[in-house]
Design a protein around this ligand. Sequence first.
Ligand code: FMN
Length: 200
Amino acid sequence: MAKHDKTDIGISTLLNPVPVVMISSSNKAGDSDICTVAWAGTVNSEPPMVSISLRKSRLTHDYVEETGEFVINLVNKSLAKPCDYCGVKSGRETDKFSDCGLTKCPASGLEYAVAVKESPVNISCKVVSKTELGSHDMYVAKITGITADSYLLDENNKLCLDKAKLVAYSHGEYYLLGEKIGFFGYSVAAEDVLKRRLGK
Ligand SMILES: Cc1cc2nc3c(=O)[nH]c(=O)nc-3n(C[C@H](O)[C@H](O)[C@H](O)COP(=O)(O)O)c2cc1C
């Protein structure tokens, strides 16, 4: 069989890899929750906007409905296990901040939602629309503020996200991002730029 002979494998949510993130949210009474989400994406550049898709059954869905706010907390290697835990337990049955030993901290530009302090990057979001798609409701939101751990900034205040040891999700499994093999535009970059940025 030739390498690229094709077999029909049916229809499913097979777009991979995807981000996996921890969504923190609160109700107006001040209760907070964390929920793991893989159906998340960037959907606009100016203004910066994202989407997350939530089943109606999630406590997070209730909180986002109530306040129109949530925080996307990026997941690094040390948060991988808590991230999985927050995806298999509901805030309806337990306090996931306390179970995972995670700390609430203020979310830049938001009134209700809190951020997860242990996450390297916290992206504050305000909902602008909801679309009921079937199994999930998709919330499109504007980014209202971002905080990052200071160690991720270089001397020129440039964010070095490669230092964060982020995790991606592919076909039901978590992967640590590792080897850098290129950068935006590297296919047409000059030799000296390739050498500086890739060491070759
Ligand atoms: C890797 C992973 C990805 C998930 N992605 C989503 C998602 O995109 N949308 C969603 O509604 N639930 C998703 N879940 C399930 C929720 O995180 C899970 O039902 C969680 O217990 C809901 O918590 P809550 O009720 O406290 O909001 C995912 C779970 C895991 C482990």
